[in-house]
Design a protein around this ligand. Structure first.
Ligand code: PMP
Length: 449
């Protein structure tokens, strides 16, 4: 099929995720056919620097044959077996071991799933089981944050704080949402530090309003990814930690985006020095090469679930899929052997921080923030008042399309332009990224003038 035939068939038969089908029908899809290193290529032969690592998942880029070979070999040896009914497989044991090593020291058990959403469903099941087994059945409510993202299943989307998603289904009624620590959008006249404390206090207030004895857990991304790379003020996490400890509420860190090196540490929990009770992962665990997710379970929770007896009635066909586990092992080996995360922490992360910060000088950029290998630019009409171009936040999509014209994939979250390049990006490629982003900003300013 040629390009237009492919687009026609796509229109006729494929329902894309998070897509307005009318818009897509008019514009047509971009057909991506190849990828190497940090670049993707479309059917016209146009090569783009992938500033988003696929969908925040290909942290090692697209050319790691060790991972595809590991999958291939596993598929030719034992393509599938389940881990139900007293069965196990060698890859699942080896990956569980490796995860216990690279995750925080107090986390030594894993429950495997096929995706991040399924892992957050698993978290809800584990949380309830944990409290039930300790005769605290009244602890039922899970607190989450507005504009957080935790997946697209009913549980994931209920935990998430995306109002556009909530409008399209009936969210679970035992999930409550509190303020997010998004200083640029909501901090007003407060300093980031003051605002961080205030956002954490809103959690405290919510707990008191609901009754601490009824609150089972708090779930949050270390940094909100899909919400626009919202890096919390430094005061936020220490204060949240205090609040949760005070009321004996479990902490679930959703590390689906930040796990496996994006902050320059293995996990966001390491970066912030926090000890979560449960930790969701997916995406980069297999470098995006094979679907796999899971939740790391702390010793405190695992002790209760394992020793207090009875069946934990939960699991998926693809929990611990052997080929996925081999992909995970190969990915972790590369991250370790090539010191990829250390390089982000010591070399490319600081370099990106320096170059990305230069974009704050651009007339339509209200803030340029970054950490490790993520960044965001806030597009504004007026820097002083942080006023947006329009209420519908269309500047972001204008800038995204212009960025693609300049050969760079950035994502628009409202009027925040977001990047999460592969961790293997070189300093020269960081220069290329920043220069392309700069040109996209220039064109956006012209287009919106
Ligand atoms: N949690 C977070 C923080 C995510 O960013 C995502 C996906 N972007 C998910 C959960 C859901 O993962 P999946 O799409 O694999 O279900």
């Amino acid at each position: 099929m040629n390009k237009s035939e492919l687009q026609q068939h796509d229109r006729e038969h494929l329902l894309h995720p998070f897509t307005d089908f009318n818009d897509l029908g008019q514009q047509g899809t971009r057909v991506i056919t190849r990828a190497e290193g940090a670049y993707i290529t479309d059917i016209d032969g146009t090569r783009l620097l992938d500033g988003m690592s696929g969908l925040w998942c290909c942290n090692l880029g697209y050319s790691r044959k060790e991972i595809s070979d590991a999958i291939y070999q596993q598929l030719n040896t034992l393509p599938f077996y389940n881990s139900f009914f007293q069965c196990t497989t060698v890859p699942s044991i080896e990956l569980a071991d490796a995860l216990a090593e690279v995750t925080p020291a107090h986390m030594n058990n894993v429950f495997f799933t096929g995706s991040g959403s399924e892992a957050n469903d698993t978290n809800l099941r584990l949380i309830r089981r944990f409290w039930d087994l300790q005769d605290k059945a009244e602890k039922r409510i899970v607190i989450s944050r507005k504009n957080g993202y935790h997946g697209s299943t009913i549980a994931g989307a209920s935990l998430g704080g995306m109002s556009g998603m909530h409008k399209q289904f009936q969210p679970l009624d035992y999930i409550e949402h509190v303020q997010q620590p998004y200083w640029f959008a909501e901090g007003g006249d407060m300093s980031p530090e003051e605002f961080g404390i205030q956002a954490a206090r809103s959690l405290d207030e919510k707990i008191q309003e609901l009754g601490p004895e009824k609150v089972a857990a708090f779930i949050a991304e270390p940094i909100q990814g899909a919400g626009g790379v919202v890096i919390p003020p430094e005061t936020y996490w220490p204060e949240v930690k205090k609040v949760l400890e005070q009321y004996d509420i479990l902490l679930v860190m959703d590390e689906v985006i930040f796990g496996f090196g994006r902050t320059g540490e293995w996990f966001g929990a390491d970066y912030y020095g926090i000890k979560p009770d449960l930790m969701t992962f997916a995406k980069a665990v297999t470098n995006g090469y094979f679907p796999l997710g899971g939740t790391m379970v702390s010793d405190r929770v695992a002790e209760v679930i394992k020793s207090k007896g009875g069946e934990f009635t939960h699991g998926y066909t693809y929990s611990a899929h052997p080929a996925a586990c081999m992909a995970g092992l190969a990915t972790i080996n590369i991250l370790r052997n090539e010191k990829i995360i250390e390089n982000v922490r010591d070399v490319t992360g600081p370099y990106l921080a320096k170059r990305w910060a230069e974009l704050a000088e651009h007339p339509i950029v209200g803030e340029a923030r970054s950490l490790g290998m993520v960044g965001a630019l806030e597009l504004v009409k007026d820097k002083g008042s942080r006023a947006r171009f329009d209420d519908d936040c269309t500047a972001g999509s204008v800038c995204r399309d212009l960025s693609i014209k300049h050969g760079l994939v950035m994502r628009a979250v409202g009027d925040a332009m977001v990047i999460a390049p592969p961790l293997i990006i070189t300093t020269e490629q960081v220069d290329e990224l920043v220069e392309k982003a700069h040109r996209a900003l220039d064109d956006t300013a012209k287009a919106l003038a």
